[in-house]
Every structure is written in C-alpha cells, then in structure tokens.
Design a protein around this ligand. Structure first.
Ligand SMILES: NC(=O)c1ccc[n+]([C@@H]2O[C@H](COP(=O)([O-])OP(=O)(O)OC[C@H]3O[C@@H](n4cnc5c(N)ncnc54)[C@H](O)[C@@H]3O)[C@@H](O)[C@H]2O)c1
Ligand SMILES: [Zn+2]
Length: 377
C-alpha cells in the first residue's frame, strides 16, 4: 500500500492506494476515531458490486452503517438527491460525530461530499473512489458540489475528506471507455507537472491499459502526489490550482456544445489538451515535437484527438468558451505549456490564435464533403 499525504494544516489527510483496501475500510475509519453511525452513499452500479464489502467491513469494525443508493450517472448530482440524502441521514439519526462514506466515481464523491459538507453544518466524510478519474482527480482536493439546470457544479463547497481509500481492485470492473477517459487526466498530470511521469506513461502505456496493479498503483500515487502538491499550495483556486484545468477551457466547451453525455469528460479534455498543446507551440514555446508527443500519447491511449464540427458549431464552441468560468473581463484565459512538465496559467489568448489552434483538432472537411456530394450526383 502507498500513502500520499495531503498537507492542509488542520484539514490534512492521507490518500491510501493499494489492492484489497475495501476490506480495511472499517479499520481505517476506526483509526480516525469517528462516531459509530455512518452512511455509505453509492450508486446502483457500484453498490451492486462493492456495497456489501464496505458495509461488512464497517460493521465488523463496530460501526452502524446505513446504505443510500442513488441512480448511476451525472443526473444524481442534483439538489433533489441532496435533499433525499439529508432526509435519509436524519431518518437514520446521524449526528455531529457521524460520518459519510462516498463509495463510487466522481458523481457520488461530489454529491456525498456536498451532503457531508452541509448536513448539520458539516460531518466527516471518507472517499472511496472507484473510477480512475475519481482516484486521480475528483476524490482529492475537496471540491464537492452538484449541478443546476443552468450549469454543472454551480452549487458546492470546498470540503476536505478525512481519508481517501483507493482500492485498485475496484478498477477491474470499470468499463474500458471509462478507464481510458480517466487516463486523459493522468496524462494531464504529466504535461502540467512531471515530464518523467509523461515519459513513463509513453513507455508503460500497454501495461497501464492492461491495468497491471503495480503500474496502476505507481501512476495513481504519482497523480495524487501532484494534485496534493497543487492543492496544498492553493486550496481554493486563487492561483496555481488553475493549472489543473489544462485543456479544460476547450474541453468544457466541447462537452457543452455536443450535449453533455456524447463525450465523456476525459474524452473532451483529451481533444482540448491536443488543441491547447498546439496553441502552446505558437505562444509559449512548446516545441512541435513535444506537441506531437502529446497528441500521440492520447491517441495511443484510445482517446479522441479531433472532432468534426461545421462552421455554426465552431461558432458555438467559441461562445461556450467565452462562458467558461475561467473567463474574466471578456478575455479567454488559458493554461499553456512551455514544455512537457511545465505550464503557465492565466494566459490571455487572442481569438484568432485560438481559431488557428482549433484547426488542429477540428475536422470540418466541408470542401471534401462538397466534392463527394458532387461526385455522387
Ligand atoms: N470534485 C472534483 O474536483 C472533480 C474533478 C473532476 C471531476 N469531477 C466530477 O466527477 C464526475 C465524473 O466522475 P466519474 O468519471 O468517476 O463518473 P461517474 O461517477 O459517473 O462514474 C462513471 C460510471 O462508472 C460507474 N462505475 C464507477 N465505478 C465503477 C467500478 N469500479 N466498476 C464499474 N462501474 C463503475 C458509475 O456507476 C458510472 O456509471 C463529474 O460529475 C465531474 O464534475 C469532480
Ligand atoms: Zn477534468
């Protein structure tokens, strides 16, 4: 087992990474001296597979767990589910010393974390992330929240867990597409912070795609270390934490214009990172060779590196980018790479340059289509 400390003064906690950890959930919670009553919040997919093991481990360690199961998928990140959560916690008489276990992917972690942050003005919570994305990203750093009709993550809090337990065995059940989407965040850490990690991913990708436990454990631990270091410097995103958004301005816009659900988040940010690498090679000195290595790694990881867009959709993409949270004073700001492993944030980029970089990822091909049509007719 590997342990990564997250240093946040009184709110510090450990991320534990290894195989078979779910069986130790109860023992780990006992070490935190939490109250007897707790609630496991999970979703239908994860609950079916792992709720029993979590429940038994907690019960064996002397806790009185109850189970709250929400529907799988992004729609569960809603105020309706928050309300349902509060009602069930109250019905099970959870009190100030009680705690919540978030067992699932980023959706469950964000929802359960928000419930924990607000029920009785905050009770303890433990993250047991079961997707690759949740293990390397969403379970670390304390951003919790839910969506509104008006947009994603519009209601939330910064609220740190007391412990993060990453059981690598849970990843064996994860659908291939979800696993690869998680790799987009893994590759991101290499680009923004650690050239050696990036090179290791280039070499070890086949082992990673096979989900070899040793490789997985080492890579997940490194990603958590990086996120912990960034969050430790800037817990509430006033500066450095912005680097975690590399590729996300364009990625979020892609998710937005294609209707949430068409692309998984990881897929959209893979495309976003390829475009941002291109932008960086024009603006911040990233070499063409490194931009090419970035594109190739996403491709080898089975992630999309381009998108088909007509002219109207391209305009929509720009409009969506302007609406992104990271826009201030009307200018779109980017995290750009100087080289693999080193980025700078808060870079204002003129729209004509963004448009040029989009040529790298947008496969408009209107002329080819027109020619084809002419040929057919
Ligand atoms: N808080 C943060 O800092 C942060 C960071 C990044 C993303 N997020 C949020 O995370 C969410 C996405 O998280 P996600 O990608 O984990 O999605 P998710 O939680 O929806 O999980 C993806 C799918 O996999 C299933 N699943 C989960 N674990 C499984 C397992 N071990 N085996 C089989 N199936 C399993 C889930 O039921 C779901 O159907 C988004 O809502 C996003 O906003 C939050
Ligand atoms: Zn992301």
């Amino acid at each position: 087992m590997r342990t990564v400390p997250v240093q946040l003064g009184k709110r510090s906690y450990a991320i534990k990474i290894g195989g078979g950890l779910l069986a130790h959930l109860g023992g780990e919670c006992a070490r935190l001296k939490l109250g007897a009553r707790c609630a496991i919040i999970t979703d239908t997919n994860v609950g079916r597979r792992f709720a029993k093991a979590a429940f038994n481990s907690l019960a064996t360690a002397g806790f009185s767990p109850s189970l709250i199961v929400v529907p799988a998928g992004e729609t569960a990140k809603s105020l309706k589910m928050v309300q349902m959560g509060y009602d069930l916690l109250a019905a099970h008489r959870l009190e100030r010393k009680s705690f919540i276990v978030a067992l699932g992917g980023g959706v469950v972690g964000d929802l359960a974390g928000f419930v924990a942050a607000t029920y009785l003005r905050g009770i303890a919570f433990v993250q047991v992330p079961t997707t690759l994305l949740a293990q390397v990203d969403s379970s670390v750093g304390g951003k919790v929240g839910v969506n509104l009709k008006a947009g994603k993550n519009l209601v939330g809090a910064f609220y740190q867990p007391r412990l993060v337990l990453c059981d690598l065995d849970t990843l064996a059940a994860l659908p291939e597409r979800e696993f690869r989407a998680g790799l987009a965040e893994v590759i991101k850490y290499g680009i923004i912070y650690d050239a050696r990690l990036f090179a290791r991913l280039e070499r070890g990708l086949p082992r990673l795609l096979k989900r070899e436990p040793k490789m997985l454990g080492a890579v997940i631990a490194r990603c958590c270390e990086i996120k912990a270091a960034v969050v430790g410097e800037d817990e509430t995103e006033s500066g450095l934490r912005a680097i975690l958004n590399f590729g996300h301005t364009i990625g979020h816009a892609i998710e937005n214009i294609s209707g949430y659900g068409k692309y998984l988040h990881g897929e959209a940010i893979a495309i976003g990172q390829v475009a941002t690498a291109k932008l960086s090679s024009g603006l911040t000195g990233l070499s063409e060779e490194e931009a090419g290595r970035i594109r190739d790694l996403f491709k080898r990881a089975g992630l999309p590196t381009g998108i088909k867009l007509g002219a109207p959709q391209r305009r929509k993409l720009f409009a969506a980018m302007r609406l992104d949270k990271k826009v201030s004073g009307g200018e779109i700001k980017f995290v750009l790479a100087r080289k693999i492993g080193r980025v700078i944030w808060g870079q204002r980029v003129p729209e004509n340059l963004i448009s040029h970089a989009l040529d790298e990822i947008v496969n408009t091909a209107p002329r080819v289509l027109a020619r084809d049509r002419n040929r057919k007719s």
